[in-house]
Write a protein that binds this ligand. Structure first.
Ligand code: C2E
Ligand code: MG
Ligand code: MG
Ligand code: MG
Length: 273
């Protein structure tokens, strides 16, 4: 009987594993199909300068319409990374951002869009030329794109990562260090890399809301000492925003001010402000 139960458990386990593998393969196939049919969307979230109340810039966020809803980037970006589809996905995002820029420029003072790059994208030798070609062909300024990278982009092959970051900066793109404080970055390395902005991670903003402002304060001070700006992410309450402003952080991104929106909705939102 024990043997039978064991066997039963084994086959149940094997089925579950097969289910995962099949699900994953299906997701991969459907993502490939989404890219082939050019169905990936890019949404935009405004970042506000609370000193003036004006929009300072936007962050571009990939959206994959799936089964009547949207599949989260937390789920499909890793799939794209592991299968190599990230190069194509990244190019599609950049293309859509560049297509959106003229209509954004027409209705907004803000003329910068922040584009996320994953670690694999940074390791692609063609990245810099690809991004320059796309933006130059559209006749736009390279400074209208800022790239966001997380500390994990620096974890492997740090020398090549630095080389790529230097090349992007030399080409005229500004660089933001995303989710700062959640990964491993040595402060020594930080000051040798061409980042112009630190993005204060949402986890510290949440601590701020609970009355603990120590880390937010330290990161804002660090950025100031290094001559960098700070953008705070995930601001959902007026209290969080007020505390950040009191600490000297003025660039605010979060649901309190605006959620990510499709371009058409963003243009209406901008016109109504
Ligand atoms: P991220 O770059 O740190 O982007 C910020 C995330 O926080 C976005 O999640 C945004 O929708 C969310 N967010 C903004 N304000 C608030 C808020 O007030 N509260 C909360 N709870 N969340 C807020 P999203 O769009 O799901 O993207 C998740 C991650 O996926 C991004 O984190 C980024 O790492 C990655 N990602 C998204 N689009 C792209 C892309 O085009 N390329 C690459 N390589 N990665 C992308
Ligand atoms: Mg980002
Ligand atoms: Mg972030
Ligand atoms: Mg993040």
């Amino acid at each position: 009987a024990a043997k039978k139960a064991g066997k039963g458990r084994y086959s149940f386990f094997a089925d579950a594993m097969l289910g995962d593998v099949q699900q994953r393969m299906q997701l991969e196939q459907r993502l490939r199909e989404c890219l082939r049919l050019d169905q990936l969307e890019v949404w935009f979230q405004p970042i506000i300068d609370v000193r003036s109340g004006e929009v300072a810039m936007f962050e571009a966020l990939a959206r994959w319409p799936l089964d009547g809803g949207y599949c989260s980037p937390e789920r499909f970006i890793p799939v794209a990374e592991e299968t190599g589809m990230i190069t194509e996905l990244g190019a599609a995002v950049a293309r859509k951002v560049i297509e959106a820029l003229p209509s954004l420029l027409a209705v907004s003072q803000a003329h910068v869009v922040n584009v996320n790059l994953s670690p694999k994208q940074l390791m692609n030798k063609q990245l810099v030329a690809q991004m320059c070609d796309l933006i130059d062909a559209a006749g736009l300024l390279r400074s209208s794109i800022h790239f966001e990278l997380t500390e994990s982009a620096l974890a492997h092959n740090a020398d090549f990562a630095k080389q790529q970051l230097d090349a992007l900066a030399e080409a005229g793109f500004h660089l933001h260090l995303d989710d700062f404080g959640t990964g491993y970055s040595s402060l020594h390395r930080l000051q040798s890399l061409p980042f112009s902005t630190l993005k204060l991670d949402r986890s510290f903003v949440l601590m701020l809301g609970e009355g603990d402002e120590r880390i937010s304060k330290a990161i804002i001070l660090l950025a100031e000492q290094l001559g960098m700006s700070v953008i705070a992410e995930g601001i959902e309450t007026a209290e969080q925003q007020a505390r950040l402003q009191a600490l000297g952080c003025h660039l605010i991104q979060g649901y309190l001010n605006a959620r990510p929106m499709p371009l058409a909705q963003l243009l209406l939102w901008l016109e109504q402000r």
